[in-house]
Each structure stands twice: as C-alpha cells, then as structure tokens.
Design a protein around this ligand. Structure first.
Ligand SMILES: [Zn+2]
Length: 253
C-alpha cells in the first residue's frame, strides 16, 4: 500500500492549497463545516497514477484514516492544526457507481457511489462517539470510545477498579447524526418491479443537508449489520451506507 498520512499531506498541499487556507480560517474563527471536498476524478486520479485513489476505493477504512491524519498536518497560512477536519470525496469514477438493487456482499467495506431519490429522513440527533462515566468511589472520569448503537460501558474504573460508574452526558463527546433512505429512480424500473432502497447514515456537517424528494449521489462505505437485535442476532445481514459525501443533483422545494 502506498497510502500514508505523509503522502496525503503531500496531495492536499499540492492540489488544495486555497481550500486548505479557507478551511483553516473556519477552524481559527470557530466556523461551521470542517470538511475538505476532494474531486476524485479530476484530482485524486491524476496523483500517483491513480494508485492512491484506487486504494481509497478498495480499503476505505484504513485509507480514510490516513487521509484524515494527513489533512490534520497540512500547513496553512493561519498556522492552525486541522485535526478533526474531514476529507470528503465526490465525483467518483463511473465504474464505482452501483445500482441500489445490485449492492451485494462483495461491496461490503468498499467505497461506492449510489444514486437515487431521498425518501425518508430522520431528525438530526446527537450520537455519542466517546462516553464519559464517573466512578462512584474515587470520582475519576473514564472515557469509552463508542462504535455502534449500543452504549458501551467500562468494565471497571481504570484508577480504583470499582465497578459502579455513572454515565455523564455533559462530559461525553457527540456528533450530529441522521439516517436517510435513498430509493432507486422509478423511471429506471422495468414494468412491475418494486423500487429498492438503501439506508444511509449521515454524520457531522452532512446531517440535515438533504430533504425528501431530492435527487442525490451518496458516496460512502458499504456496511453490513446482522438482522435482529439484542441477543437474537441473525446470520442474515442488512446493508447500509456510511456516507462520506453527498452530491445534490436536484433539490425538491
Ligand atoms: Zn474509581
């Protein structure tokens, strides 16, 4: 793999100097929207003979982490750290566009683009990414990274090994999160076919961007989760997309 945080820093500094400085200004002034938008076909595909882009499509978890670390270290005229800023990728190669009905297990953990009409959006709600728990014995605060919808609690206090801890919502770190449903275009269906849908999770500054009726391209990572809940998890899985960026093609008013 050629991808590394250093290579990404080089890429951003070569092609996105102006955008980086605008982003740095937002960070410095406390503004919203901590994202850097990268045109995949125009910029990433011409860098390193397209290899870095290819790696992003095939191994998005690892490569996005490199890109985020690389972005954090990019130099800018304000001299601020871009830690926590998100690189977002749009205009993927046509070969990476998958019809919703063609999504299969081979796409799990890959970076793809799907196009369709927004059918449902949930309210934007905070999702905890790092939960804080106070020890009832020594009072120290234990932070626990959160990965899925189930709240993970610490087994014991890391300082005194007491097992009674209370959740502290105010000291926890959360981000905006929303679930939307994207449906295939009805005009692409053959007679009698039911349009298929896919759920998309939109987080951070992507939450709240789109509305029912909008025609969009969602770029992101295909995820799978077992059907059922709690102790009764099944071997059949539901697919959904963890959105990295959204392109609005046509807005419904
Ligand atoms: Zn303790």
């Amino acid at each position: 793999m050629i991808s590394s945080p250093t290579l990404w820093t080089e890429f951003f500094e070569r092609y996105y100097r102006d955008e980086i400085n605008k982003l740095a200004y937002k960070v410095k002034s406390g503004g919203d929207g901590r994202s850097l938008y990268v045109n995949f076909v125009n910029d990433l595909l011409i860098f390193q003979e397209g290899k870095l882009g290819e790696e992003l499509l095939e191994h998005p978890d690892e490569v996005l982490m490199h890109a985020e670390k690389g972005l954090a270290n990019v130099s800018n005229i304000y001299g601020v750290s871009l830690e926590g800023c998100k690189p977002r990728f749009y205009a993927l190669p046509t070969a990476r566009k998958v019809l919703i009905r063609d999504l299969r297990s081979q796409h799990i953990s890959k970076f793809v683009a799907v196009e369709g009409i927004v059918r449902k959006v949930t309210e934007v709600r905070p999702r905890i990414v790092e939960a804080a728990f106070a020890c009832t014995n020594c009072g120290s605060v234990n932070m626990v990274q959160q990965e899925d919808s189930q709240l993970r609690q610490p087994y014991e206090c890391s300082r005194c090994h007491n097992r009674r801890l209370v959740f502290l919502p105010d000291s926890s770190v959360s981000i905006d999160s929303q679930r939307v449903k994207i449906q295939e275009y009805p005009e692409n269906l053959r007679g009698g076919e039911q349009p298929q849908t896919i759920d998309v999770i939109l987080e951070g500054d992507l939450a709240g961007l789109i509305n029912p009726g909008d025609r969009v391209i969602v770029n992101g990572i295909v995820r799978a989760k077992p059907r059922g809940s709690g102790q009764r998890k099944l071997t059949h899985m539901d697919l959904y997309i963890e959105g990295n960026s959204v392109e609005i093609l046509q807005q419904e008013y």
